[in-house]
Design a protein around this ligand. Structure first.
Ligand code: SF4
Length: 179
C-alpha cells in the first residue's frame, strides 16, 4: 500500500468478514488505517464456508444487519472511501449477482465461473468471446432456472447449491460434448 500510494495509484482493499472479525474490520480504527495508507475503497466480502466445520464463521442475519448499519454510517460519515458489501448489497439487487446477472469471474486458466465462490466452469474465454461466455449453458441455466433468486442461509447462494451446479455442468457436457 505504501508503494501504491507513493506512485499515486488508486487501490482498494478486499476484506473478508467473519463472525469473529466483523467488529474489528468495520471499525473506525481499522478503516482509518487503510485510509491513511491511501486506500480508496473497502470491499467487504462475507466469508463463505468451504467446509461444514467452518460454517460458524459465515455471517448470519445478525451480522449482516450490523454490517449494513455500519456501512450506512460509514457512507455518511467517512466519505473519503467507497464501501461495498458483498454479497450484503445483494438485497438491493434482488439476489445473487453471479453467472452474468451482475458479473462473472474468469479464473487464472481462462475458465469462466459464476463467481469466485462458485468455482465451476463449462466455458473458457480462450476459446470464445465474452458475449458467448456470458450466455454459456451453465450461466443461462443458473439465471433462467431461478437458482440465483432464492433466499439462502449462510454466505452464498451457489455454495448451498454446489451439487446442483455440478449436475448442470455434467449434463451440459454430456449434451454438448464440452471439454
Ligand atoms: S455466488 Fe455466492 S458469493 Fe457469489 S454473488 Fe452469488 S451469493 Fe454472492
Amino acid at each position: 500500500m505504501d508503494e501504491l500510494q507513493h506512485r499515486g495509484l488508486i487501490f482498494g482493499a478486499s476484506i473478508t468478514v467473519t463472525t469473529q472479525n466483523i467488529r474489528e474490520v468495520s471499525s473506525d480504527a481499522f478503516l482509518g488505517k487503510l485510509s491513511a495508507k491511501g486506500c480508496k475503497a473497502a470491499i467487504f466480502v462475507e466469508y463463505v464456508p468451504v467446509t461444514d466445520d467452518s460454517m460458524e464463521l459465515a455471517p448470519g442475519d445478525e451480522e449482516r444487519e450490523y454490517l449494513k448499519d455500519r456501512i450506512d454510517c460509514l457512507r455518511k460519515e467517512h466519505t473519503e472511501m467507497v464501501y461495498i458489501s458483498f454479497p450484503g448489497d445483494e438485497k438491493d439487487t434482488g439476489g445473487c449477482v453471479a453467472a452474468g446477472r451482475g458479473f462473472f469471474h474468469i479464473n487464472s486458466h481462462g475458465g469462466a465461473e459464476p463467481c469466485p465462490f462458485s468455482p465451476f466452469s463449462d466455458i473458457n474465454v480462450r476459446d470464445t468471446s465474452l458475449r458467448e461466455t456470458i450466455n454459456s449453458g451453465l450461466f443461462r441455466e443458473l439465471r433462467d432456472g431461478g437458482y440465483l433468486l432464492e433466499d439462502h442461509i449462510g454466505g452464498c447462494t451457489l455454495y448451498e447449491k454446489r451439487n446442483q451446479v455440478e449436475k448442470i455442468i455434467a449434463e451440459g457436457k454430456a449434451q454438448n460434448n464440452i471439454r
